[in-house]
Design a protein around this ligand. Structure first.
Ligand code: HEM
Length: 262
């Protein structure tokens, strides 16, 4: 029996409050500001889903539940693909159209997206500079995520459940510090790739997620460059120059380091 069943579609989804949340700040208002807000809000919703699924995938990998972990990783990969393709929509806005309301953003920037930093933390980022831009309440949330095991920590335990012996220095490492790639883990990855099709598929899903994150960063920086060129960001960074430094940083370095050995 379902408890507290909703009476209506609009009530279940809270459509009325949802539709009051798009509040352009430009005075006329500028036509494209609504798109800018909706695209960002949609991203924040997808980020929420990714955070939710990353924690689920991590739990399933820790528990060695391969099929269920695969299903969740596949969903994360698919949501990321949507995030990447959604860049197309905002790219229909010209630099001039953006300029018409850009000053209204003040210092607001995706730099301050707590959920994006939470995703990075769950994927292994341990660099405290990521939280410097956040409001105190958001900072606590991201610091909490930085003290949790990463998706890769869970993958190391998953490898043990598939019969690989990994050192305790990996399995019981201090998860608050950055993970250091090691030869023994790469050896286990290689063995599983060669001998265990299910584990190999899990690794491939992780590579998909890695590629998805990197693709998002690339599409974002190209969108930024075509929209503001070499201007600095509203969040205070150098803009495109800064964003370029975040490209081509693999999320799961171990999965890349072994590939020349096949
Ligand atoms: C016209 C569209 C956009 C422009 C011009 C733009 C511009 C920028 C710039 C210049 C930065 C560097 C930080 C700063 O100084 O502000 C940045 C960072 C960021 N933006 Fe955007 N952005 C746009 C759209 C989006 C969208 C749709 C999202 C989705 C949530 C987003 C999320 C982010 C995130 C997460 C960062 C931090 C990246 C990192 O530090 O690795 N941006 N953006």
């Amino acid at each position: 029996m379902t408890e507290n069943a909703a009476a209506h579609y609009s009530e279940y989804l809270m459509v009325d409050p949802l539709l009051t949340l798009q509040q352009p700040l430009s005075t006329h208002p500028e036509h494209d500001e609504l798109l800018f807000i909706i695209v960002h809000q949609t991203y924040e919703l997808w980020f929420k889903q990714i955070v939710h699924e990353l924690r689920a995938a991590r739990g399933l990998l820790f528990a060695g539940l391969t099929d269920r972990a695969m299903a969740v990783l596949t969903r994360i990969r698919t949501v990321l693909k949507t995030c990447v393709s959604q860049v197309d929509i905002l790219e229909t806005m010209t630099p001039l159209q953006f300029e018409s309301f850009r000053t209204r953003l003040g210092q607001a920037s995706g730099f301050q997206s707590a959920q994006f930093r939470e995703i990075e933390a769950l994927l292994g980022r341990r660099d405290r500079s990521a939280v410097a831009q956040l409001r105190p309440v958001d900072r606590m949330r991201v610091e909490h995520a930085m003290a949790e095991p990463t998706l890769w920590d869970a993958t190391c335990h998953f490898m043990v459940s598939r019969g690989q012996a990994l050192p305790t220095s990996i399995l019981e490492r201090d998860v608050r510090v950055p993970y250091q790639p090691t030869e023994s883990v790469q050896q286990a990855v290689l063995t599983l790739y060669r001998t265990d099709q299910s584990a190999a598929l899990v690794f491939e899903r992780l590579v998909d997620i890695d590629v998805g994150m990197q693709e998002w960063r690339y599409r974002h920086v190209m969108m930024v460059e075509r929209t503001i060129g070499s201007k600095s960001g509203t969040g205070g960074s150098t803009g495109v120059d800064y964003l370029r430094t975040t490209l081509f940083q693999p999320v799961f370095p171990e999965l890349w380091r072994v590939r020349h050995q096949f």
